[in-house]
Ligand binder design. Structure first.
Ligand code: ADP
Ligand code: ZN
Ligand code: ZN
Length: 678
């Protein structure tokens, strides 16, 4: 019986793998393999880690190593490619391997018992793929020429190719995904090879239509979903189904890009520009970027779909690194893109936030029995409560932010630290009872709509109205059933819904994003407005639809491009500005953030971090307070790094992180590579 030494990656900030001894127990027990999970003692507790190397025990000193407690043999080992993917993510985002590998597997796999694992395996062994009821099996439209050309291009190649599927809203991108997936799976089946397709979506819960379409189209295949809102048991079962290759289609949010998929043959990233592909805590990865890397690693095609691609992807499509496939028309018969008009708010005064032309447009829709959507990206009743007498305003005492008035709940809420107070009956400083709400959120617009159209059925959808599980779905269903005349909401309503009777979209107060100090705000606003505008006029027929944007800057180039449905023009001018200003994607960035009790401590930490390692070819800017400096009583500062060379930045970061960890500072800090919110 040979003894072995196992190198194990564990979920700890220590940037190393840990050696354990495997003494070999029962004679018939197979030797542990690389890629298996194992339970080991770690400090005073037990932890599950991943075996990343198995070595001969020739070391006389190995006696001081601790023994492995148990190897999870029930589960097939993960493949070397999957470990390589995690290792790439770990290196690129400057984290220890264990902090990538363990958080991305289901929690129930990381516990010190195997009860959940065994239960999941048993259930999976019993499960037969559920047959779809006949009416759920979807109709398939005949592809139009552009769709067919896109499908042909995607399945034509062998090996890696990134495709940018640039299709206007309603152009039928979903049909392209489904047909490409179908052709590819069919081809692999005929060749007798196992195959899996990964489909990434920004948010499954907001857009269940895609899941329905996928299941409807592939009733004979096993389709599983992977996202953070699944119950733990189901998440584990789905993860294992993917890992064992049983699930041929895996539909998931960003975390699914790190699923174990031994037979991966294609990746689809729907709405590739969406900010939710960026993880904002822990391993701050971009699922879109990892999807492209993974497709390259597996030598398979990846399809990035959007009506408003990220300017990074647009740049790659321009340079030929990605292949551009365009869908220029709406797919459904006679469906047209909506007319986009601007309402000049310097001319049209709107005391309640809805201008007379918009009121008139809403009235027309009500008269014709059509639906309208109002988009305002600000929840609550008013962003601030204010005392005219003494100047008091509703500051959060724990954050550099205002507390938002939530009138129906009679609460002041901080959206940053979630502090909640009852609305004061009088001014806390001077006693004035006449406190004024300043500005406007969705609740206030809802109130105003009830006043303007007492007979209309108004529905508000935002994070507050949909707190209960399933309530968002129920709300959207009632819109689809035609039980709502005016839908009002935040970005939650902008995502991929196919509302059939919607002929008017009104946009309230989008101007603030035009002057944001975040250089990506314009790009994001354009995408958001294009997407919300895309909810209108999807059915076609005689219903001509309008998008009306209330703005004080009707001459702004962003709105001009939007009126012309000219994403390409907008992207080109944005890229030209970024190039001139030396901003991404023409430069590479990383951001070091520090948190402390005092701002000075955070700034001092960053200042000393700046001096740690020489940094030729990398610019380290002055440390500065973050825009919202204090959140929940913690002061926050950041240091921006820039380099024209990605490899140089990467090499510097590796050294720098090493030096920073060695300082053993007690202060909380984190690094983000390719940051999106600066
Ligand atoms: P996108 O994702 O590009 O915004 P969808 O995939 O939601 O667009 O498609 C919009 C609508 O067009 C859907 O109702 C879909 O069923 C329909 N559609 C797609 N392709 C065709 C086609 N070739 N012929 C007719 N209708 C189609
Ligand atoms: Zn006062
Ligand atoms: Zn707060």
């Amino acid at each position: 019986m040979t003894r072995r030494i196992l190198s194990i990656a564990l979920d700890t900030p220590l940037d190393t793998e840990f050696d354990y001894r495997w003494a070999g127990s029962a004679a018939d027990e197979a030797e542990p393999q690389c890629g298996q999970f194992a339970l080991v003692p770690f400090g005073r507790r037990e932890a599950v880690g991943l075996i990343v190397a198995v070595k001969d025990d020739t070391d006389v000193d190995s006696g001081r190593l601790r023994d492995v407690i148990a190897v999870r043999r029930q589960l097939a080992p993960v493949q070397p490619d999957w470990i390589a993917l995690c290792r790439f993510a770990a290196d690129y985002y400057q984290r220890p391997l264990g902090e990538v590998v363990l958080p991305c597997v289901p929690k129930n796999l990381r516990t010190n018992t195997t009860v959940a694992l065994e239960r999941a395996l048993k259930k999976l062994a019993q499960a037969r793929p559920a047959a779809m009821p006949a009416d759920a099996v979807s109709q398939r439209p005949t592809l139009n020429e552009e769709q067919q050309a896109a499908v042909d291009a995607i399945i034509a190649g062998t090996g890696f190719q990134a495709h940018l599927l640039f299709g206007v809203t309603g152009s039928g991108k979903t049909e392209v995904y489904l047909n490409a997936a179908e052709c590819l799976l069919e081809r692999e089946r005929e060749a007798g090879r196992p195959a899996q397709v990964l489909i990434l979506v920004p948010e499954i819960n907001l857009t269940p239509q895609l899941e329905t379409s996928v299941r409807g189209r592939f009733p004979q295949l096993q389709v599983v979903t992977l996202h953070s809102q699944l119950a733990e048991g189901e998440r584990l079962r789905n993860w294992i189904a993917a890992h064992h290759g049983q699930a041929q289609i895996v539909l998931g949010t960003r975390l699914a890009v790190l699923a174990s998929l031994p037979a991966l043959k294609m990746i689809i990233v729907d709405e590739e520009h969406d900010p939710s592909y960026k993880q904002q805590e822990g391993l701050r990865y971009s699922a879109r970027d990892l999807a492209v890397w993974r497709a390259h690693q597996q030598r398979v095609p990846v399809v990035l779909g959007s009506a408003t691609p990220s300017v990074e992807s647009w740049l790659h499509a321009g340079s030929g690194r990605y292949r551009k496939l365009a869908l220029t028309q709406r797919a459904a018969a006679a469906a047209q893109l909506p007319r986009v008009g601007l309402i000049d708010m310097e001319v049209n005064k709107a005391p309640d936030g809805i201008s007379p032309p918009l009121v008139a447009a809403l009235r027309e829709r009500l008269a014709r029995g059509e639906q309208s959507l109002l988009f305002l990206n600000r929840r609550g009743y008013a962003p601030v409560l204010h005392c005219d007498a003494c100047g008091w305003i509703s500051n959060c005492r724990r954050c550099t932010a205002f507390m938002v008035l939530h009138k129906p709940e009679r609460r002041l809420r901080c959206h940053h630290c979630s502090l909640e107070l009852r609305v004061p009956v009088s001014c806390p400083t001077c006693g004035n009872v006449d406190l004024q709400p300043l500005g406007r959120g969705t609740q206030r617009v809802e109130e105003c709509l009830h006043g303007l159209f007492p007979d209309a059925r108004v529905l508000r959808i935002d994070a507050d109205s949909t707190r209960r599980k399933g309530s968002a779905q129920a709300a959207f269903d009632s819109v689809h059933r035609g039980e709502v005349d005016i839908l009002l909401g935040t970005q939650m309503v902008a995502k991929g819904h196919d509302f059939q009777r919607l002929t008017l979209v009104g946009v309230l107060n989008p101007d603030t994003a035009l002057f944001s100090q975040d250089y990506r705000a314009g790009e994001r606003l354009f995408a958001q407005l294009m997407q919300v505008a895309g909810r209108a006029g999807r059915a076609g027929g005689a219903m001509r639809s309008d998008v009306l944007i209330q703005t004080r800057y009707p001459q702004h180039p962003l709105y001009r491009a939007l009126m012309a449905h000219d994403y390409a023009g907008f992207a080109e001018s944005t890229l030209a500005e970024r190039r001139a200003a030396g901003l991404p994607p023409f430069i590479h960035q990383a951001l070091l953030r520090a948190e402390a009790k005092t701002l000075q401590a955070a700034l001092d930490f960053l200042a000393s971090a700046r001096e740690l390692v020489s940094h030729e070819g990398v610019t380290l800017n002055e440390p500065v307070p973050m825009t919202i400096t204090r959140v929940a009583g913690v002061e926050r500062a950041q240091l921006l790094l820039e380099s024209p060379s990605r490899p140089r930045l990467q090499a510097f970061l590796r050294q720098w992180m090493h030096a920073l960890r060695a300082t053993k500072s007690r202060l909380r800090w984190s690094l983000e590579v390719d940051p999106v919110d600066i």
